[in-house]
Design a protein around this ligand. Structure first.
Ligand code: SF4
Ligand code: SF4
Length: 444
């Protein structure tokens, strides 16, 4: 439970720096958003709905309520999945308002020392390489296997239960971090179509480096030279989501300085959460004299992998006699609801001759990961995950494709926990495999 600050919300918060989050005043209370909201679906309580949240924030901003602890709790209970924003006919943005409310009431600081401790490592890229080494050692000596098999953590009461939840989130077979194995420049393959920078990110680099390696490979196979700045810092999504504007500014400004001088056509990420924040740098630094132009240049060049590949068109994929795998796709909230990138990943999967695509029921509903929501609100997150896993099981597909590390972690953990026999992969890995198998067929 966050510590409430004594800082009344200002109406300016609701108007927002660019008018994007304006709309608490234009909410007509129609209730269209209710059916899209996971917390309302679970509780049926108005205060846990987008409409209820918007009304509450507005009341606080207008000084009609001073119960800031209640307002903050409502804001932190929101997953910021933004499903409500996709369906709202009036353009209200309850998810973003929740984040703005956290920032306003927390004075731009983390809500507790525990959250501050979780957020701190995100500021230092080397910490993620160290974590990667630690996890690989943990897996390499067989400790992870033993801990999972023996269920030993369950014997340590509440602390053990929490540790087990966290341990289950660690992906299997983690490879060396991408930062340590990728050259700063990876040349284009075949006819050159452009030059892009790749944004390393934190979780993708440390825990899904094979997927990010596939991302870079796919870009080069599509004719793009890839520059990978090694000093890339966290995009700031975990900080801003927790109301830590100061932490967000620190890491975002480092990235703005790092990428501004690069002569590239685009900055590509394979992490939905990063992409959503990278595109918002321009909004967050709009009034910063030193950084506004850098932020504008950065955001206007930021793209998700599928978004960029579809914008330029996929290079021909090698043909196969018949699909080899049935694949479904889970939307990452910050890609579909946050950036309106919903069709491109599906289209890329459908173009892949290795893939028989099947639509996952309610694919655009949140999986319950939501940044560090699965740590701060473990019970709610588990309830959401349980429903998602039922639908994954019923789909009958062998592979679940995703484009976000938080979702990869959550869904992979879900398959273990709920005994669902489905492999969770990044879409880049499936695409890279199609190109690779084509090459080996040509050689045969
Ligand atoms: S947020 Fe949008 S969808 Fe929800 S009640 Fe208000 S106007 Fe209707
Ligand atoms: S962002 Fe998600 S959890 Fe928050 S109010 Fe909207 S639908 Fe509900």
């Amino acid at each position: 439970m966050p510590t409430p600050a004594r800082n009344p919300l200002s109406l300016e918060t609701f108007i927002g720096s660019d008018g994007l989050i304006a709309g608490s005043d234009i909410c007509v209370q129609c209730g269209v958003c209710l059916s899209a909201c996971p917390t309302y679906a679970l509780t049926g309580e108005e205060i846990q709905s987008p409409r209820g949240r918007v009304m509450l924030y507005r009341a606080a901003a207008e000084g009609l309520t001073h119960e800031y602890d209640v307002v903050l709790e409502a804001a932190y209970d929101c997953l910021d999945c933004r499903a409500c924003q996709t369906v709202c006919p009036s353009g209200v943005k309850p998810g973003e308002l929740s984040v703005e409310t956290r920032i306003a009431l927390q004075n731009g600081k983390p809500p507790s020392w525990q959250i501050a401790a979780i957020l701190e490592p995100f500021k230092y890229p080397w910490v993620w390489d160290a974590m990667n080494f630690g996890v690989r050692t943990y897996q390499g000596i067989g400790l992870q296997k033993w801990i999972r098999k023996s269920n030993i953590l369950e014997k340590f009461g509440t602390v053990g239960k929490k540790l087990k939840e966290l341990e289950n989130l660690i992906p299997q077979n983690v490879g060396p971090s991408l930062r340590t194995r990728l050259e700063p420049i990876t040349p284009a393959i075949g006819e050159r179509r452009g030059r892009v920078a790749f944004f390393l990110g934190c979780l993708m680099n440390a825990f899904y480096s094979d997927a990010s390696s596939a991302t870079v490979r796919v870009l080069t196979l599509n004719g793009f030279e890839v520059i990978t700045p090694r000093d890339t810092t966290c995009c700031g999504a975990p900080h801003i989501e927790e109301g830590d504007r100061a932490g967000f500014d620190t890491v975002a400004k480092r990235n703005l300085d790092l990428f501004d001088g690069l002569d590239v056509d685009a900055i590509i990420t394979d992490c939905a959460g990063c992409g959503a924040e990278m595109k918002k740098y321009a909004k967050y630094f709009k009034h910063d004299l030193e950084y506004s132009q850098k932020a504008e240049r950065f955001s206007s060049r930021s793209y998700g992998l599928s978004e960029y590949l579809k914008k330029h068109g996929l290079r021909d994929l090698p043909q196969h006699d018949a699909p080899e795998m049935t694949v479904m796709y889970q939307d990452a909230c910050h890609l579909c609801h946050g950036q309106n990138v919903c069709n491109q990943p599906r289209e890329i999967l459908k173009e892949n001759p290795l893939v028989a695509f099947t639509e996952l029921e309610s694919a655009s509903d949140c999986c319950g990961s939501a940044g560090i929501y699965n740590i701060t609100h473990a019970e709610t997150s588990q309830q959401i995950l349980s429903g998602k896993m039922e639908r994954v099981r019923e789909s009958g597909a062998a592979i679940l494709a995703v484009e976000n590390p938080g979702c990869l972690m959550q869904l992979e953990a879900g398959t273990r926990q709920f005994g669902v026999d489905v492999q969770v992969l990044h879409t880049s890995q499936i695409l890279e495999r199609a190109y690779r198998e084509g090459v080996s067929q040509e050689k045969a």
